[in-house]
Design a protein around this ligand. Structure first.
Ligand code: GDP
Length: 410
């Protein structure tokens, strides 16, 4: 993990910004005296804005030649108290060793998908035995489906009252299919069409990093999701930079630092209450300088008022655009599946305020009402990109509609 001094893209050895802080324990320790001095004062926030305004757009330097193997990151001298970061992960090393000469990227990919499907089934256990099992029970064995009960199960499973009533009306009119097939297909039809089965980071501009802004209400699993996403992309061999731009919570900065350490990602953080746009600006600078594949920014964790949030996010987007004109930025909303229809109302408010491009549904392992997935996609027209099925780094699974419906019902 590396830290960056504000206003420069040169990596800063941890500890060197505050020579006597050998064992950073808190966000303040981590950030260091100089960072705190520079970022915490109101006049320095203005200075941030001036620096951003004065900055010239810079085209990303060309990526390293594709023919040449990527140079591993230079060895770092971590302070003695820092735990050893994980080494550079290789894609699917276990699979390669297990198969020996039989190994191929396709086989490794197929094995991963199979493992993820199994993990999804395990993560969906509560919904399978709750929502899924109740529906299966109501389908009956032939033409004896109890449509009133199906409607009630869909509503209580968080599909939403209006969608459930429409769905049942359409499903019961269908000929030559069983009630189960009709309901399954109608449910799948609520999901948004997507260009690719699985989300991959796409460069925000040619040769630049992919950029994902992560928004959501505090407590929904936003920081954990960023950590999991970083872990996933690192395991895919990608370089990741994290921007600790949810500056209103000192604990969030500290938590993100731990995830950066765990996933061997780089992190850019300022002091608590610093201008989030300035953090993202510096992080983007670092991501470009390091030829990172992905920048993930932890942003606004609150929704005081829509205009407040919009102002903050549009300023973040403005500074990104200043640095990388025309950058295509993704905005992921983190939604706690256990909050059901309330969570859906939050998602709608965020979507109206800032325009979401993806949803990550967390804590799916903790709810028996998996129907919320259908409601979100139908209501927002925004695809669910990942689902969280636990608290560990590997508990973030790509959302694939077909596998999801199969895992729920089969
Ligand atoms: P934030 O305030 O939105 O940043 O939320 P955190 O990332 O701190 O997460 C809040 C709590 O939810 C933590 O205890 C996480 O471990 C837990 N959490 C996050 N994602 C999941 C998930 O997919 N499943 C479960 N069971 N817990 C989760």
């Amino acid at each position: 993990m590396r830290f960056f001094r504000r206003g420069t893209s040169e990596p800063q050895e941890p500890g060197s910004e505050a020579p006597d802080a050998q064992a950073p324990e808190t966000a303040d320790d981590l950030i260091g005296e100089e960072w705190r001095r520079v970022s915490a004062e109101p006049e320095d926030v203005e200075a941030d804005e001036e620096a951003i305004a004065a900055a010239e757009p810079v085209a990303p330097s060309p990526p390293e030649s594709a023919a040449e193997p990527e140079a591993p990151p230079e060895p770092e001298s971590e302070p003695a108290t820092e735990p050893e970061p994980a080494g550079q992960p290789e894609p699917e090393p276990g699979a390669q060793w297990a198969w020996g000469a039989d190994w191929s990227p396709e086989k490794a990919d197929a094995a991963r998908r199979e493992r993820e499907l199994q993990q999804l089934e395990e993560g969906l256990e509560k919904s399978r035995t709750g929502f899924g099992a109740r529906l299966r029970g109501a389908f009956g064995s032939g033409d004896d489906a109890d449509w009133d009960e199906i409607e009630e199960i869909l509503i209580t499973g968080d599909v939403g009252a209006a969608f459930s009533m429409d769905l049942v009306e359409r499903a019961r009119k269908r000929k030559n299919v069983t009630a189960e097939v009709a309901v399954r297909e109608e449910l799948a039809g609520l999901l948004t069409a997507r260009d690719a089965a699985h989300w991959e980071p796409t460069p925000a501009t040619e040769g630049g990093p992919g950029i994902v802004l992560v928004v959501g209400v505090n407590g929904t699993g936003k920081t954990t999701t960023i950590g999991k996403l970083a872990a996933r992309e690192r395991a895919n061999g990608r370089r990741v930079v994290l921007a600790a731009a949810d500056t209103f919570r000192a604990a969030a900065i500290d938590q993100l630092r731990i995830w950066a350490q765990r996933t061997d990602s780089e992190i850019v953080a300022h002091a608590p209450y610093a201008d989030p746009a300035a953090v993202v600006f510096d992080a983007l600078d670092a991501a470009i300088a390091r030829h990172a594949d992905l920048l993930i920014a932890d942003t606004a964790g609150r929704l005081h008022t829509k205009s407040n949030l919009m102002d903050e996010l549009s300023k973040v987007r403005r500074v990104i655009n200043k640095r990388l004109p025309g950058a295509k930025v993704e905005t992921f909303f983190v939604l706690d599946a256990t909050t059901g229809q309330n969570g859906l109302a939050q998602a709608k408010a965020f979507h109206e305020a800032v325009g979401l491009t993806g949803v990550v549904l967390t804590k799916l392992d903790s709810t028996a009402k998996g129907g919320i997935v259908f409601a979100i996609e139908r209501e927002l027209g925004v695809p669910v990109r990942f689902v969280g099925v636990g608290e560990k780094a590997e508990d973030l699974l790509p959302f694939d509609p077909e596998s999801f419906v199969a895992a729920l019902f089969d």
